[in-house]
Design a protein around this ligand. Structure first.
Ligand SMILES: Cc1cc2nc3c(=O)[nH]c(=O)nc-3n(C[C@H](O)[C@H](O)[C@H](O)COP(=O)(O)OP(=O)(O)OC[C@H]3O[C@@H](n4cnc5c(N)ncnc54)[C@H](O)[C@@H]3O)c2cc1C
Length: 459
């Protein structure tokens, strides 16, 4: 039996962060991973998607080169070459993760962990035990429960598709489906996004969601809302997805069908029941310190909640290790988690939506201005998007910021820091951002929305 202070199961973002933190705190740490280090983010989700998105954005930029007076002969997407380079990048990153673990003195155990008791797991022939355990096992995609489900790829399979799909029908509601629709549309596919509910982003600020929907349609994505998939069939080399719409049934033909499938924690073969850890609605419930129903076992990342991204998995992994090793001293705080959408243009948010702020505060100010007048937006010809700021009316304290436009994914962090500091609109004036940048414009809008673009640009 090998004994450790901290055993981390799962080597995705949450597990790597937990193991690193444990080692930094001086614990003897083992990390068990059955597949590729880096988990969903590095191998199946964020990074593969971002690499393809980069190619799609580049393609569009080259197609528009004429606007800048640059002549480009003929532009074509060499999809296999893009995938080859993506694979090279991912392999390099996986190797780097392994080297980082070794340098930190963390024992990497390759294989599938199965609980033998609440404090011990078996991995192949090895038996490992620890007084403290962090479950960072992520989630796995499930079935759609419709006939022909096996003809529908998981959304992540699209990032590794051998042949580029000339047409794609994608089922999903939420950020990843919308981002993926933008990516493939940008790369030249005909894309239909099938949204089972009323909106692609039902949990976000309404105006923000509506603007993204409008932009998606303007990009040429066919977005069908209230569209419930009821079956899939093969038709020669193509596929057909039958959907139920308010007006009746419609068959949607495409080269490829894919879906953002419901996901759940891989309770087996992990053997969570042997450890006594409860699973509810496909996730591991935790308290405010990320402790599961078994006091010495913590959970972090996608395994413990549906509303998750990699940033949050890293944050939780680190915190779970700290609380596991030092007692429950640091509660989780989700108020300043930035959300991002890698659409074209990107979008990001932090804090409350207008609807949530109205429900929580007596009086609020919500202002939304287009980015089209910002100096940088004009120069870069990136005039699509908005800056929406929500503040408490009485004090001017910032409550939420919603951005759509170039660099929104980067600019949002500055606003998150301002929210965390409890700044008011006026206090933003103490910071002078570099000009002309998108952050300078968004900052100016946020300080004085009434002046709007007059403040945002010198000319
Ligand atoms: C299509 C898609 C796109 C996404 N894009 C983004 C994005 O752009 N930005 C963003 O922030 N988030 C994105 N996400 C979400 C993000 O990838 C996840 O939130 C994040 O990876 C969760 O990390 P994790 O460590 O909790 O789980 P995972 O990364 O899934 O890691 C869990 C690991 O545990 C291992 N494991 C499971 N069971 C066992 C066992 N019994 N023994 C040993 N090992 C085991 C698995 O092999 C896996 O490597 C995306 C997700 C998807 C599906």
């Amino acid at each position: 039996m090998e004994r450790y202070d901290l055993l981390v199961i799962g080597g995705g973002a949450a597990g790597l962060a937990a193991a690193r933190e444990g080692a930094l705190l001086g614990a003897r740490v083992a990390l068990v991973e059955q597949g590729f280090l880096g988990g969903t983010c590095l191998n199946r989700g964020d990074l593969p998607k971002l690499w393809l998105r980069r190619a799609a954005l580049f393609l569009r930029a080259v197609q528009q080169a004429g606007d800048l007076g640059i002549t480009v002969p003929e532009v074509a997407l060499d999809w296999p070459a893009v995938l080859r380079q993506q694979h090279q990048l991912l392999q390099r990153l996986q190797a780097e993760k392994e080297a980082e673990l070794r340098a930190a003195g963390i024992t990497l155990v390759r294989g599938t962990a199965t609980f033998q008791s609440p404090t011990a797991v078996k991995v192949g022939e090895r038996l490992l035990s620890a007084d403290r355990i962090v479950l960072a096992v992520g989630t796995v995609p499930g079935r759609l429960e419709i006939p022909g489900d096996d003809l529908i790829l998981d959304i992540a399979d699209l990032y590794d598709l051998h042949d580029f799909p000339s047409s794609l029908v994608l089922v999903g509601q939420g950020p990843y489906a919308l981002e993926t629709a933008h990516l493939f549309r940008g790369a030249g596919a005909h894309v239909t996004l099938v949204v089972p509910g009323a909106a692609p982003l039902p949990d976000e600020d309404r105006a923000f969601g509506e603007e993204l929907l409008r932009l998606s349609r303007a990009r040429g994505i066919r977005v069908l809302t209230h569209a419930v998939p009821i079956g899939a069939e093969a038709l020669d080399h193509d596929r057909v997805l039958r959907v139920r719409l308010p007006a009746g049934e419609e068959p949607l033909g495409a080269h490829v069908l894919a879906a953002e499938r419901p996901r759940q924690v891989p309770a087996e073969p992990l053997g969570l029941a042997v450890a006594g850890v409860e699973v509810r609605d496909g996730r591991i419930p935790v308290n405010g310190f990320l402790q599961t129903t078994v006091p010495h076992i913590y959970a972090a990342g996608a395994a413990d909640g549906p509303a998750h991204g990699t940033g949050l998995a890293l944050y939780e992994g680190r915190l779970a290790a700290r609380n596991a090793l030092r007692g429950n001293t640091e509660p989780v705080d989700y108020r300043y988690v930035c959300r991002v959408l890698f659409t074209d243009p990107p979008a990001a948010a932090v804090g409350l939506s207008e609807e949530a702020a109205r429900a929580a505060f007596h009086e609020i100010e919500a202002t939304a201005l287009p980015v089209s007048y910002l100096g940088r937006a004009l120069v870069d010809q990136a005039r699509e998007g908005l800056v929406k700021v929500i503040a408490e009316a009485r004090t001017g304290r910032l409550l939420g910021v919603w951005l759509i436009g170039e660099s929104a994914d980067e600019v949002i962090t500055a606003f998150a820091a301002a929210l965390r500091a409890g700044w008011t609109r006026d206090e933003l004036l103490a910071v002078v951002p570099p000009y002309p940048t998108m952050s300078a414009g968004a900052w100016a809008y946020a300080t004085a929305p009434a002046l709007g673009h007059a403040l945002a640009c010198c000319g």
